[in-house]
Design a protein around this ligand. Structure first.
Ligand code: NAD
Length: 320
């Protein structure tokens, strides 16, 4: 039986990835600094460890009886939505860099053959609406909009450097915004789709919800089941170098907000207010991801419907 280690298994995408790997027949160890908040883990073993510490990386990677893991999925990061990214710059640069530095070094020393790293399209520069798609190679010369993107770029390069010098295969995905049930929906780390679903779920007919920015920012939102399928296929593949993982549907934040309101069936207004928004526009080539025979099949409407239902239920339980 293949053994996989999922770092960040107490988080949103890591939690869903554990389920995917179990369906694929793996023995899975999950590791995180905290337990999953919204779901019981399906990992065969779940260990609480702070991966900023090298000795904890050793412990996480020690599969027992001199064995190592066949695949390591590194999704642990100190991260959140735009509010968090703009306020916790030092934590992001310090904590996520330490996790990534120690994990790739320890995995290499312990002879892990295959290592997946979760990067982000935040490594790219800002774009203007209507600009042609950026390819993976366009990440350099580098000009990320935030420190989160700079840290990801460094961690990508670090993992690739190890792969050039040692016998470890590295696979890197640059995720577009990922959303779905069982993710952070309150507390300051939530991302736009979850924050909008929460605001709409908490509102009463006739209320006005607040949306950060002027609503014109363009984004892609990728449903989590599609994302974990892409992660899995990329890790099994022989594709070296970063690969953009995201859907083909680009919408404005305003369109997203109207869609959430429509799905809720409520009559609500929108007030655009000052807040951290991030880049103006996104548009990334999916050509390399097509080599995986992968596409994100879930429409935004279908994915947001499922996410809204889940968050509305969390809101109901929190208020009961
Ligand atoms: P998440 O915050 O839900 O999961 C990250 C997990 O890492 C959390 O459970 C957290 O507790 C854990 N972690 C943080 N510090 C740790 C430490 N010191 N030791 C061990 N675990 C620690 O985030 P997510 O949305 O599931 O994102 C997973 C990965 O994907 C991250 O690397 C993130 O940067 C990347 N990513 C996510 C998105 C997205 O839209 N969600 C987009 C681009 C990239």
């Amino acid at each position: 039986m293949q053994k996989a280690l999922v770092c960040g298994a107490g988080g949103f995408i890591g939690g869903h990835l554990v389920k995917k790997l179990k369906r694929e027949g793996y023995w899975v160890r999950g590791v995180d600094v905290k337990a999953h908040e919204y779901a019981l883990t399906q990992a065969d073993e779940f260990v609480l460890l702070d991966l900023r510490e090298p000795h904890n990386c050793w412990q996480a990677l020690n599969a027992g009886a001199g064995e190592t893991f066949d695949e390591v999925y590194q999704l642990a990061a100190d991260m959140g939505g735009m509010g968090f990214i703009h306020s916790a710059e030092c934590e992001i640069m310090h904590n996520s860099a330490l996790i990534n530095i120690n994990m790739i070094d320890t995995a290499t020393r312990m002879g892990v053959p295959r290592y997946f790293f979760s990067s982000s399209v935040c490594v790219y520069r800002d774009m203007e609406p209507g600009e042609p798609a950026l390819t993976e190679a366009d990440a350099v010369p580098a000009h990320p909009d935030n420190e989160y993107g700079w840290e990801k770029l460094y961690a990508e390069r670090m993992a690739q450097t190890y792969a050039r010098h040692y016998p470890i295969q590295v696979r890197i995905a640059r995720f577009e915004n990922c959303y779905g049930p069982e993710g952070t929906w309150r507390g300051g780390r939530e991302k736009a789709p979850a924050a909008l679903c929460r605001k709409v779920a908490e509102a009463k007919d006739g209320d006005v919800i607040e949306v950060w920015g002027d609503g014109t920012a363009i984004r892609n939102f990728t449903y989590v089941d599609d994302m974990v399928e892409g992660i899995y296929r990329l890790t099994q593949s022989e594709i070296e170098g970063a690969v953009n993982l995201g859907g083909d549907e680009y919408v404005t934040v305003s369109e997203l907000a109207h869609l959430v309101i429509e799905i809720s069936g409520k009559q609500l207004g929108i007030r655009y207010v000052a807040g951290p928004v991030g880049v103006h526009s996104r548009n990334f080539s999916k050509e390399r991801s097509r080599l995986l025979n992968w596409k994100a099949p879930t429409t935004l409407r279908a994915g947001i419907s499922r996410t809204y239902q889940w968050i509305a239920e969390q809101v109901r339980q929190a208020h009961s």
